[in-house]
Design a binder for this molecule. Structure first.
Ligand SMILES: *Cc1c(COP(=O)(O)O)cnc(C)c1O
Length: 388
């Protein structure tokens, strides 16, 4: 059987591949310390699990509306109004099988062959692949350690052509952990409006912030930019719900209707009782989020102290998400060889920056215990000494 050409255009997720190798080594009894995972290591908070268990016991086990449970759509709209100052109604929300599915759906709904999508690099691995699956053209705009991994308004303007459909903005960022300041968000918003393009704002890490960093939703900057904004987010990162598969999109009505139609012919509704867990996540106390962020704060500090003291590393202090993205270019080795050697000689798993479009960096996740961080960073330092 000949496979469709579109399959050949995409590459399997490299982050998942490294993680799979590390897990296989673990299964074989190797003492692997993993900094490659992109998910919180906490259990989903008990009140959220209890809400889903109750829904299951109450028989919430049947097909529901393709766009999501009405009460969840309402809870999401209220959250966006309250926390993000975005004037969405429940009708502007579609519940998806995670943030990844939100993004896939929106690409399907908006991209036509040849449409260009601007993606600041380093980027989350799935963005360009999704654009290609939808037959669009990803246009990467390179940012650097020196520019704090943030795209400037001039860089954005220079990348726009008559074929540009939208920009994908991800702040706080995976893989860099950087957060655009409110002023920077406003400056980007101005270009969006002036050049009449759209923005897809992936806000999945919005609650994971440090050192007083602020998250400003780009759609809240002005009515003009709100009309050109699509918000993609979900529950996975904020509430340690990666396996639940619940996310959402918020957008103007015609776009939401299009996504709902696509979803009605592909996945239909998200697992019904999982949606009840998500309702509890938004309708209950947010203390669980504070506790997780407090734990990340401590781990971040410890990892940062190690990374900024390793000779040959240049590491910025990220103010969001749970990743560090040190630059290794002074060591004269590419990111893939670096990470392979690190896994094989020190049994430490990290993700090569080449997966995210920058071959001179590696990504380390600190969604792991303090003890693992101490041990893993000692091993990393030993590895750098050995190759240096
Ligand atoms: C984790 C992640 C998502 C979505 O995750 P889901 O598990 O599908 O909700 C989206 N964007 C970025 C940048 C992420 O890191």
């Amino acid at each position: 059987m000949k496979l469709a050409a579109r399959v050949g255009q995409v590459t399997p997720s490299l982050t998942l591949a490294i993680d799979a190798q590390a897990k296989a080594m673990k299964r074989d009894g190797v003492d692997v310390l993993s900094f490659s995972v992109g998910e919180p290591d906490f259990e989903t908070p008990s009140h959220i699990r209890a809400a889903a268990e109750m829904a299951l016991a109450q028989g919430k086990t049947r097909y529901g509306p393709a766009a999501g449970e009405p009460r969840l759509r309402e809870a999401i709209a209220q959250k966006l109004q309250r926390d993000n100052h975005l004037c969405y109604e429940a009708a502007n929300i579609v519940v998806t099988n995670g943030g990844k599915h939100s993004l896939f759906n929106i690409m399907m709904a908006l991209i036509e062959p040849g449409d260009e999508v601007i993606i600041p690099a380093p980027f989350w691995v799935s963005y360009p692949e999704m654009v290609k699956l939808a037959e669009g053209t990803p246009v990467m705009v390179q940012t650097t350690t020196e520019s704090g991994f943030r795209i400037t308004p001039d860089q954005l303007r220079a990348a726009i052509t008559p074929k540009t459909k939208f920009l994908i903005l991800n702040s706080p960022s995976n893989p860099t952990g950087m957060v655009y300041t409110p002023e920077e968000v406003r400056a980007i918003a101005q270009v969006i409006v002036e050049q009449d393009i759209w923005v897809i704002s992936d806000e999945i890490y919005e609650k994971i912030l440090y050192e007083g960093a602020q998250h400003l939703s780009i759609g809240s900057v002005s009515a003009a930019v709100f009309d050109r904004t699509i918000v993609s987010s979900g529950f996975a990162k904020t509430y340690a719900m990666t396996g639940w598969r619940v996310g959402f999109l918020a957008a103007p009505l015609p776009i939401i209707k299009a996504v709902e139609t696509i979803q009605s012919h592909s996945t239909s509704n998200v697992c019904t009782f999982a949606q009840y867990g998500a309702i509890a996540a938004y309708e209950s106390s947010q203390d669980c989020v504070k506790e997780m962020v407090a734990a990340f704060t401590e781990r971040r500090q410890i990892m940062l102290e190690y990374l900024t003291s390793i000779p040959g590393f240049t590491c910025l202090a990220p103010t969001g998400a749970f990743y560090m993205y040190p630059n290794i270019s002074k060591l004269g080795i590419n990111s893939l060889d670096f990470c392979k050697g690190l896994l094989e000689t020190q049994q430490v798993a990290a993700v090569p920056g080449v997966a995210f479009g920058t071959d001179d960096c590696i990504r380390l996740s600190y969604a792991t215990s303090v003890e693992n961080i101490h041990q893993g960073m000692e091993r990393l330092a030993a590895y750098v000494r050995a190759i240096g």
